[in-house]
Design a protein around this ligand. Structure first.
Ligand SMILES: Nc1nc2c(ncn2[C@@H]2O[C@H](COP(=O)(O)OP(=O)(O)OP(=O)(O)O)[C@@H](O)[C@H]2O)c(=O)[nH]1
Length: 816
């Protein structure tokens, strides 16, 4: 329902816009012909097929047809078959052009169309004149075939048709797009930036055109007015001559010595004048005859003219013997007789118009003209009688008159250039047109003059003929409008490009802004939720400090600070330790060089990791310095623990066997090079098991730890003691070669461990057995030395415990 309503609206709109804009444009057209400088309907039609598609074609056809019927009707006030055919031909041409144009534009540019790229606008400007070849060619050919246009004017008409259509499209299509085109948002915005400026400039050019056209028409009608004035004065001169002629004739009658002018005298006089005034149809003399004189008068005249009698015209038009009246004015003399015979004997008093003229001429005594009458001697055109009363001696009176056949009279006296104008002569008193060769009815009569003759009021109207207008056609105003319209079209193209470019840039800016916002949002979220601390710095104005400009939540958490207390503060003020940890130098270096740096900061308590931070410092393109940092203390502590577990005994903290072996091998390598000696001790606690068994494993552990402490006191720092399992320890005494020295250390250990231990409220007694092997005497590598020390320890156990035994090679044999 909505769609149907919309379609019906579009259908009607196209027709109404087509017809009204077309009529307006043709009013601007140069007469004669169809040369409208701009023909907006062509633009409306193309816009309709471009925007709506081929479904707009019926309304275009109908619009064009109605427009052309209207145009034909307003020129002639009738609708003829030929004007319908002309309208049909032009409608078909318009339809073909709109279909072709719409199809071409949709193919070349596509729809919806933004017209925002130079390429598209050029396509539009190029295709428009090409498409307009269609209607101009079909229409002009059709008008020629129908005989409306002659061959000579074909080129001129084609050109103006084509120009009008092209300019109509160039101006109207952008405006139609602004009003109805897609994409709507873009075209809507172009109302003020494209349509209004184009409309204003176009209106300006139309005003200029109208002004120029006015001047041009005034100019071109100057000759027409001159010829019209000439024609008027010619008519007046010729009429005034009638006056003179009749005065002469009257003189003939008045001054005749016998007071009687014979038929021969009249004939001689009249013939003389007729040769000088050929446009006079007849000269006549009509005396007044009272009814009592009628028989005598008729009898006398019959002597000269056979069958003469006073006559008048019957209702059927035939001349009959006049009825009895008190007086008559019978036409008695007529010159030339030939062609005027029916007038002989005709009673001028028998018709009201003639009688009225007679009376006027007698009353006023001057020449009087009759209203247009149908002559008795020439029924095919109207005539005028011009009468002059004559008073003869005595009571005799009569009239002399000339008879003018109006058409012949005017045709003869109009100037030679009169082919350039149409003339109409009106008898204002009788309200009747007595001469008319107007071809059509102009809306306004361009030349009109009133004049008086013979006591009557006449009006002369003229208008230029088609031939005149063709000769005087001025192209300046047409050129003004055509060039102006072309300029408006180009202006439109430029405005389209400009606004299209702006719209495209705006769209890009919007797109970029959205992308930036999204990216900023992501960064903000990252900044907020990142587990690492992020601090942003700016170098202080003096270049010697850094000001904190931002901190994230993680930084607040790690440094146990709040953002609002930090932002805007100097980094040195807030973190005094930053210089000490070298971080301040890092900030300075990164700020100067721009190269990112990784800077770990750690500090220890009791030889153990107490804090550890990993700092990554970068310089941002805007000069800001950003530090990303993590508190990795826990991870580092865990790492440290793991490392210790790999090399140390977890209970006593002594090196384990792996670390001991490594150190022993290193010491052996040094001893080999230095040709020095070293000693390895194997120590096993005596009676340790009962401690575990009686006091518990925990006390056993405490004892083992205390044993380690005591043993460490018995050796030098360079020596290594290792617990290798249970209650077994091994000792490396590097750089120690003399037996006595080694034995002294062994004794120290034996003594130290033999002392009672006070542990968890218990006094515990243990002792130890020690086996000793020396390098190079008892082995030259770690395994053999440890094995031999173990064997020696076995012997120490065997010999009653709490003693130390030096390895002896004999221990390998024999009983252990
Ligand atoms: N508390 C404790 N006991 C351990 C640990 N490792 C081993 N032991 C125990 O230590 C004892 C060592 O055994 P032995 O050396 O045979 O016992 P001993 O009483 O010292 O015997 P002799 O060396 O022959 O005097 C065993 O009972 C083990 O269970 C430990 O880490 N802590």
């Amino acid at each position: 329902m909505r769609v149907a309503y919309k379609n019906a609206f579009a259908f009607l709109l196209v027709i109404v816009a087509y017809v009204t804009s077309g009529k307006a444009a043709l009013m601007l057209a140069l007469p004669p012909g169809y040369a409208a400088a701009i023909f907006p309907p062509a633009g409306i039609a193309l816009a309709a097929t471009f925007i709506i598609g081929n479904s707009a074609l019926p309304s275009i056809f109908l619009g064009s047809f109605l427009l052309n019927v209207w145009v034909a009707y307003s020129a002639s006030h009738t609708i003829t078959a030929i004007s319908l055919i002309v309208a049909l031909v032009i409608a078909v041409a318009s339809l073909l052009q709109a279909a072709l144009g719409g199809w071409l534009l949709r193919r070349a540019i596509g729809y919806p169309a933004a017209f925002d790229r130079t390429r598209d606008v050029f396509k539009f400007l190029f295709l428009t004149p090409l498409v307009c070849v269609m209607s101009a060619s079909v229409s002009v050919a059709g008008l020629w075939a129908l005989g409306i246009l002659d061959v000579d004017s074909l080129a001129e008409n084609w050109l103006s048709w084509w120009t009008g259509d092209s300019l109509g499209i160039m101006v109207l299509l952008p405006i139609a797009m602004v009003l109805f085109g897609e994409p709507r948002p873009l075209w809507k915005r172009r109302l003020w930036t494209v349509a209004v400026p184009m409309g204003l400039v176009f209106a300006l050019f139309v005003l200029l055109f109208l002004r120029a056209n006015q001047w041009e028409q005034d100019d071109s009608l100057r000759e027409f007015r001159q010829i019209s004035e000439q024609s008027l004065s010619q008519i007046q001169i010729k009429l005034d001559e009638q006056d003179a002629v009749l005065a002469g004739m009257r003189g003939l009658f008045v001054h005749d010595p016998h007071s009687y002018v014979s038929r021969q005298e009249f004939q001689r006089f009249a013939q003389n004048i007729l040769t000088r005034f050929p446009m006079i149809q007849a000269f006549e003399w009509a005396p007044r005859i009272d009814s009592y004189r009628r028989p005598g008068f008729e009898a006398a005249e019959r002597k000269a003219i056979r069958g003469f009698e006073i006559r008048d015209r019957a209702a059927n038009g035939h001349m009959v013997r006049a009825a009895e009246r008190s007086l008559y004015f019978p036409v008695t003399y007529v010159e030339p007789l030939e062609g005027n015979q029916p007038a002989l004997g005709f009673d001028l008093a028998s018709t009201p118009q003639r009688l009225e003229t007679l009376e006027k001429s007698f009353v006023k005594g001057v020449v009087s003209a009759s209203a247009p009458i149908i002559l008795v001697q020439a029924e095919n055109q109207s005539g005028i009688l011009i009468m002059q009363s004559v008073q003869l001696t005595g009571h005799e009176i009569g009239v002399v008159l000339t008879v003018l056949k109006v058409r012949d009279f005017i045709d003869r006296i109009l100037p030679p250039a009169s082919g350039l104008l149409h003339v109409r002569l009106i008898d204002d008193d009788a309200r009747s047109t007595i001469y008319d060769n107007f071809a059509s009815l102009p809306p306004k009569i361009p030349f009109e003059r009133e004049f008086e003759f013979g006591g009557r009021h006449y009006r002369l109207q003229t208008m230029p003929t088609a031939a005149y207008l063709k000769r005087h056609r001025g192209w300046q105003s047409w050129a003004v409008l055509a060039m102006g319209t072309f300029g408006v079209g180009l202006l439109g193209a430029l405005l389209l490009l400009g606004t299209g470019y702006t719209a495209r840039v705006e769209a890009q800016v919007q797109h970029r802004t959205r992308e930036l916002k999204e990216s900023e949002f992501r960064l903000k979220e990252l900044f907020k939720n990142l587990n690492s601390g992020v601090a942003v710095f700016q170098v202080s104005p003096e270049d010697n400090d850094f000001i904190i400009t931002d901190l994230n939540y993680a930084a607040e958490r790690i440094d146990k600070v709040s953002r609002k207390d930090m932002i805007g503060k100097s980094v040195v003020d807030v973190f005094p330790g930053i210089r000490e940890f070298g971080l301040f130098d890092v900030l300075k270096r990164v700020w100067k060089s721009g190269a990112a740096e990784h800077h770990p900061v750690s500090f220890y308590l009791d030889g153990r990791i107490a804090g550890w931070r990993e700092n990554y410092v970068y310089k941002l393109p805007n000069g800001e310095i950003i530090a990303i940092y993590d508190d990795v203390t826990q991870a580092k502590q865990l790492e440290e623990q793991m490392r210790r577990m790999a090399h140390y005994d977890t209970l006593t903290g002594l090196p384990n066997r792996a670390l001991f072996t490594d150190r022993l091998q290193q010491s052996l390598a040094i001893a080999r090079r230095n040709k020095s000696q070293l000693a390895v001790m194997f120590i096993d606690l005596d009676h340790f098991k009962p401690v575990n068994d009686t006091l518990g494993h925990d006390v056993g552990d405490l004892l083992l730890k205390e044993v380690a402490v005591r043993m460490l006191r018995c050796v030098r720092e360079v020596d290594t003691i290792s617990r290798i399992g249970g209650d077994e320890f091994i000792v490396l005494l590097s750089g120690m070669g003399k037996e006595q020295d080694v034995m002294m250390v062994a004794e120290k250990i034996l003594y130290s461990l033999d002392q009672p231990f006070e542990l968890a409220g218990h006094e515990i007694h243990i002792s130890s057995s020690i086996g000793i092997a020396l390098y190079p005497a008892h082995g030259d590598e770690d395994k053999s030395l440890l094995k031999n020390a173990d064997i020696a320890m076995y012997f120490a156990k065997q010999s009653g415990r709490n003693n130390a035994k030096l390895f002896q090679p004999e221990m390998l044999k024999g009983d252990r």
